[in-house]
Design a protein around this ligand. Structure first.
Ligand SMILES: [Ca+2]
Ligand SMILES: [Ca+2]
Length: 476
């Protein structure tokens, strides 16, 4: 009898779990504003904001009201989607306010927040013990008095800010990017670039608090007085590792200032690339910089640096590391990535020998052998397929290939793919008759043409290879 009872309780639990399944609520399809969708949510629901520009009441000054829900774009991992799903505050208020003790289950993901204007935290303001997860967002061109992009206040406020781009925000007084007062945010895999303020162009922290900064690229921020990178002040205790502080400019302490007048003000710095620390890192009396292991001072070699255009607007650079960068594999050997943690591109956080410094992990593709047929492809013939055979180099298992990721010339998805056990190859067919394939083939002007194949293994490691064929038109 006891066993039957247990089974019945078990079945009931399953039924109840199913009846409480998350509801996905689309904006604007189901709800006219983001706030209206949030208001309708129950715990674990998801608000999906479709691409578009969202402004006005209900689409800014949004609050999740303490709910454990996710507000996200249709694909937070796709930068094009994030860039085209925009909360535009039009200079009136901020994007989100968290003030209802939200925890990490309250998530904002894959949105752009811009043109916010408030006294405090014009992109996002977290206070009163609120610790949401902010991931894959672009927070740009917001301005405030304190915390141009984000402000975090109060001792139990510990938001997790990860894989975000915090670009070209400004604050009149402190924290052009992020301002913390007594708060302890965790900031990981973020690019914080081109922000400006009087003090703490990228990040300002004071009144205690333990901000943790890991794998961030902090560059090209400015401060009109001091600490264009990080201002750690008055009892704040910060820890920064695996990060890059480069090309931040201020009249005093361009990268880091640990400032006085409070007890036990300190910063711990390890495995960071900091430009000219003897000049740019300043530690005032009664403060401490704990220099850990692994710090370097070498040009990180970004793919492209940012600049101010003729109208004095900041144009962001391309902060990917080139292959020669000293930041590659220069991170903490003891660093353990979080489950499913990605770099700023959505690539594996650790690749190669060790984790890289900054938001980007350079993930080199392994080189695969590729054979593509037909060798001569007649555009006017009735052939249906481009056939491809892929073989990984020794040491890799063909069963690890995620066939859904394979693309021809970066864009064409396979119509059919199969792992061939006998030959240890992947056999793939691409539909020649599809409009996208035809457009790609007809765009080639000269023969022979090189066709590339790229894909990923299940752990995210990319592989690539290419083969050459000749493309003709009938009689050509
Ligand atoms: Ca690496
Ligand atoms: Ca990367």
């Amino acid at each position: 009898m006891k066993r039957v009872k247990t089974i019945i309780i078990g079945l009931l639990a399953v039924l109840m779990t199913n009846s409480a399944a998350a509801t996905v609520r689309y904006v604007p399809d189901h709800y006219s504003t983001i706030q209206a969708a949030v208001n309708a949510c129950e715990a674990s629901d998801v608000v999906v904001v479709e691409p578009g520009i969202y402004s006005g009441p209900g689409n800014c000054n949004i609050t999740l009201n303490g709910k454990s829900i996710t507000v996200r774009s249709i694909d937070p991992a796709d930068p094009n989607v994030v860039n085209s799903t925009v909360i535009d505050c039009n200079g009136q208020g901020r994007g989100f306010t968290f003030n209802m003790s939200e925890n990490g289950d309250s998530t904002v993901s894959g949105l752009t927040i811009t043109n916010g204007y408030a006294v405090l935290g014009s992109g996002i303001y977290c206070h009163s013990d609120s610790s949401p997860s902010i991931t894959n967002c672009v927070i740009t061109a917001n301005s405030a008095v304190l915390g141009g992009a984000i402000m975090c206040a109060n001792s139990n406020t510990r938001p997790k800010i990860s894989n975000c781009k915090i670009i070209a925000n400004s604050a009149v007084f402190g924290g052009g990017g992020i301002y913390c007062t007594g708060a302890s945010p965790e900031i990981r895999n973020c690019i914080i670039a081109g922000n400006s303020s009087q003090y703490g162009g990228a990040i300002y922290s004071h009144n205690a608090g333990y901000p943790l900064i890991t794998n961030c690229t902090i560059t090209e921020n400015t401060a009109s007085d001091s600490a264009a990178g990080i201002y750690c002040y008055k009892s704040s205790n910060m820890t920064i590792s695996n990060s890059i502080l480069w090309h931040d400019t201020a009249p005093y302490a361009s990268e880091v200032l640990v400032g006085n007048s409070g007890a036990d003000t300190s910063i711990q710095i390890s495995y960071c690339d900091i430009q000219d620390p003897n000049t740019n890192v300043v530690c005032e009396p009664n403060c401490t910089v704990y220099w850990g292991e692994g710090n370097i001072d070498a040009d990180p070699q970004f793919a492209q640096i940012g600049y101010l255009n003729s109208g004095q607007s900041f144009i962001e650079g391309d902060y990917h590391l080139v292959e020669e960068s000293p930041c590659i594999d220069a991170g903490d050997p003891a660093f353990v990535s979080a489950p499913d943690e990605k770099d700023i591109d959505g690539e594996p956080r650790i690749s190669g020998a060790k984790v890289d410094l900054g938001a980007d992990e350079l993930v080199l593709a392994i080189s695969a052998e590729v054979w593509i047929t037909p060798k001569t492809l007649n555009l006017e013939s009735k052939g249906n397929w481009i056939n491809c055979i892929i073989r990984l180099p020794d040491g890799y298992d063909v069963h690890d290939v995620d066939t859904s990721t394979i693309r021809l010339n970066e864009e064409i998805e396979p119509a059919w793919a199969k792992i061939c056990e006998q030959d240890k190859t992947v056999v793939v067919k691409f539909d020649r008759t599809a409009e996208q394939t035809q457009t790609m083939l007809r765009a080639f002007a000269e023969n022979p043409v090189s066709l590339s194949i790229r894909g990923e293994l299940t752990d995210g490691t990319a592989f690539q290879g290419s083969d050459t064929i000749t493309i003709i038109s009938r009689g050509g």
